[in-house]
Write a new protein. Structure first.
Length: 120
């Protein structure tokens, strides 16, 4: 069964294109290590909640937009091998120049328990 890496990230609103280009630049790195897909969603309807919400989860400031994205992998073993490769890579690291505050990024790995798709 596929495996999912999910991310919620605060990005300066004025850096939308910079962030998009950043993800597009790194997609081949993930793809070449087995990733099947990358989806990046720019928040346009992210309401404030009464107890918790995406905005508070990443301590988003008024000049930031919440981004929700995920990578799919064929399985957890492929994802784990890719993560090990990424950590060992000289391409990843401080010089990666992330256009967001990585300290406020929320991420995790998920095993799907239900997948519903429209097929034509």
């Amino acid at each position: 069964m596929q495996y999912i890496d999910g991310f919620v990230i605060p990005v300066l609103t004025v850096n939308r294109d910079v962030y998009r280009d950043h993800e597009a630049k790194w997609w081949p790195f993930f793809r070449d290590r087995g990733a099947l897909s990358l989806v990046v969603g720019w928040g346009d309807d992210v309401p404030a909640g009464k107890q918790t919400d995406f905005l508070r989860a990443v301590e988003a400031r008024p000049d930031e937009t919440v981004v929700f994205c995920w990578l799919t992998w064929p399985d957890k073993a492929t994802r784990d091998a890719a993560h090990a490769s990424m950590m060992a890579s000289t391409e990843m690291g401080p010089e990666m120049d992330m256009p967001f505050d990585g300290k406020r990024m929320i991420y995790g790995g998920f095993t799907p328990i239900l997948v519903q798709e429209v097929t034509k």
